[in-house]
Design a protein around this ligand. Structure first.
Ligand SMILES: [Cu+2]
Length: 468
């Protein structure tokens, strides 16, 4: 049974009493690199059932990745932070100790189709067996590894982790933090709730416990006036984070696909499941002051549970720094020249079930994965896609194997600042994107709310090799 609402709010808000010892903001431990070659990163992961303490004094069973190259390591939520440089070769050995088959998908990376974790292409890694992923890292930025089979259950149980690919000219700030934002539904017994009720299906599962780097919100000690770089990932199933830092400006310098051509400032940063943002913040305050990084419901949506809730409390210490924001390295992005016969049209639709919690159907163009047929396209062709949300709830839309450019939202042209692979499509709204089919193979496109994708809001794009 879930916590009663009063308890849930307390946990969500997670403001400890003043005399409580400060719990420090959790960090995601880096994976050990087994390979002596500086241009090869080789890691060894075990996916296993583990017990961790999410709420003080309560044991929670999770499915999680353990760094097998570190004999001291235990399985963690999220999994180890894999870190590499742009152009490196990444080798990941995965051993599956779970009672269920799994796969490894690299959300945000352009990889060969056999390395994409699509169970229809490469099968599942059966319980007790192993696989090796071997890829070249062509995309700088913060990416996300997770299973792509029974994804609604396996991600919610804890199987997911960050992959940080650094660019040689990355801006350097005094402090850099990877912040993986998540939530989890915990019962009174500490167990992760997996039964999906009607709301969970309609909105994606939202939890009553917020997690930052796999732990309940904590305190970060920082220098007043310091500039920090935050690499943000929303790894939740259904929660949209809308971040605010005490009304200070958040300078966005990167999206899913790396650094932008031009940064921009916002005081509220909305992050959908599967999206990543790269921001610079100046912790503008006096020594002794407290700055709260909070999240609230980004839009009035009957499924949103309000807020604000604290994610990180920054305790500012002295002496005051006078850091300046590091400049963005030059980036240019050529607008994709798309085929004038397009757009392709992708209509996302949700048909509620007749009975509570059962029978809800999520479709793309009226068809339901896995019964739909692939869309066949030619390599190197460029097409515009109209992703049309016919319903009254948001769907973040993700394409495997290739990044895209966002052209317009409801006809309003969007500035071309960077590459995306996941984009929010608001209710009764149309987002137009441009895609170059550069990567031959079979690529899934789907809503990143796994409760929707696993119930049909998914499709396959078959990019036929040029000359093949
Ligand atoms: Cu959806």
């Amino acid at each position: 049974m879930r916590h009663a609402l009063a308890t849930a709010s307390l946990v969500l808000g997670c403001t400890p009493p003043d005399d409580a010892p400060a719990r420090l903001l959790a960090e995601v431990a880096a994976a050990v690199d087994l390979n002596p070659d500086p241009r090869v990163v080789e890691v060894e992961l075990v996916a296993e059932v583990a017990e961790i303490e999410l709420l003080p004094g309560t044991v929670t069973e999770v499915w999680a990745y353990r760094d097998a190259a570190d004999p001291q390591a235990v399985a963690t939520l999220p999994g180890p932070r894999i870190e590499a440089e742009l152009g490196d070769r990444l080798i990941v050995h995965l051993h599956n100790e779970l009672p269920q088959g799994t796969t490894l998908h690299w959300h945000g990376l352009r990889v060969p189709e056999l390395m994409d974790g699509n169970p229809m292409i490469s099968g599942t890694v059966m319980s007790g067996s192993s696989t090796t992923v071997d890829i070249e890292l062509r995309d700088a930025g913060l990416h996300w590894y997770h299973p792509h089979v029974y994804a609604d259950e396996q991600i919610q149980r804890g199987l997911q982790g960050p992959l940080l690919v650094r660019a040689p000219d990355d801006p350097v700030a005094a402090t850099e933090r990877v912040l993986v934002l998540d939530d989890v539904a915990l019962g009174d017994d500490g167990a992760i709730g997996l039964d999906a009720n009607q709301d969970d299906i309609v909105f994606g599962r939202r939890g009553d416990v917020l997690l930052v780097n796999g732990a309940i919100p904590g305190v970060a000690r920082a220098r007043a006036g310091a500039v920090e770089r935050w690499r943000l990932l929303n790894s939740s199933n259904g929660r949209f984070f809308a971040l605010q830092l005490a009304d200070l400006p958040l300078r966005v310098i990167g999206w899913d696909g790396g650094l932008l051509t031009e940064s921009y400032e916002t005081r509220e940063l909305v992050i959908a499941p599967g999206e990543r943002y790269d921001v610079l913040v100046q912790l503008d305050g006096d020594p002794g002051e407290l700055l709260q990084l909070e999240t609230r419901a980004p839009r009035p949506d009957p499924g949103d549970d309000g807020g604000p809730y604290t994610l990180v409390r920054f305790e500012l210490g002295g002496p005051r720094a006078s850091d300046e924001l590091p400049p963005l390295p030059p980036r240019t992005i050529e607008p994709l020249a798309f085929d004038p016969d397009t757009p392709q049209r992708f209509e996302l639709e949700h048909t509620p079930g007749e009975r509570e919690g059962t029978g809800a159907i999520f479709t793309i163009n009226g068809e339901r994965w896995p019964l739909n047929l692939p869309i066949h396209v030619d390599q190197d062709q460029v097409e515009a896609w109209d992703v049309v949300n016919l319903g009254e709830h948001r769907h973040p839309f993700h394409l495997h194997g290739m990044s895209f450019q966002v052209l317009s939202i409801d006809g309003v042209t969007q500035p071309l600042l960077g590459w995306k692979d996941t984009v929010r499509v608001e209710p009764e709204s149309t987002t137009r994107i441009a895609v170059r089919y550069e990567n031959p193979g079979m690529w899934m496109f789907h809503c990143t709310i796994p409760e929707h994708a696993e119930r049909g809001m998914m499709g396959d794009l078959h990019v036929m090799p040029a000359g093949g």
